[in-house]
Design a protein around this ligand. Sequence first.
Ligand SMILES: *[C@@H]1O[C@H](CO)[C@@H](O)[C@H](O)[C@H]1NC(C)=O
Ligand SMILES: *[C@@H]1O[C@H](CO)[C@@H](O)[C@H](O)[C@H]1NC(C)=O
Ligand SMILES: [Ca+2]
Length: 134
Amino acid sequence: MNAKYVLVFAVCSHGSLVLGHPSFMDLIPNGHGVPDPCGSTNIWFGVGHNNRTGGGIANVFGADFLKANMTWSKALCMADSDIDGRSNGVELGDPDCKWTAGATPQGKAVGHPGVCEPMNTKTCMAVNLNVQCI
Ligand SMILES: *[C@@H]1O[C@H](CO)[C@@H](O)[C@H](O)[C@H]1NC(C)=O
Ligand SMILES: *[C@@H]1O[C@H](CO)[C@@H](O)[C@H](O)[C@H]1NC(C)=O
Ligand SMILES: [Ca+2]
């Protein structure tokens, strides 16, 4: 078990974090416009969660977001939390990591930073163990 998963479980057991809350969505680019990686046309409101609506435990991006003190830092932007080959910034429409809270992002979100895509590959299935497609 690597450190990332230990942190997710630690966050879960404290149960006090609601990363799907609107104020958290304002702290990342396109926080209100992340597409559902499961294939529906819905928006994934809980970007830092395995649950689309924001309940349940933090996903790999949510864990990194907490480690970055809930700040869209250059490091968080350049990281690839879900190890699918696209940085968090690329997935959220801030490929050059220039976005600051309140600004208009460079582009639209093209992927989910906390859900490895495409979801049906072997590597991604391991990362996405707790992701709930509902
Ligand atoms: C996902 O979120 C919804 C809405 O908040 C909630 O009803 C549901 O129980 C959650 N599922 C889990 C597994 O947390
Ligand atoms: C987060 O905040 C803590 C406490 O202020 C600090 O020690 C830590 O270095 C910060 N981490 C990052 C990634 O900025
Ligand atoms: Ca990624």
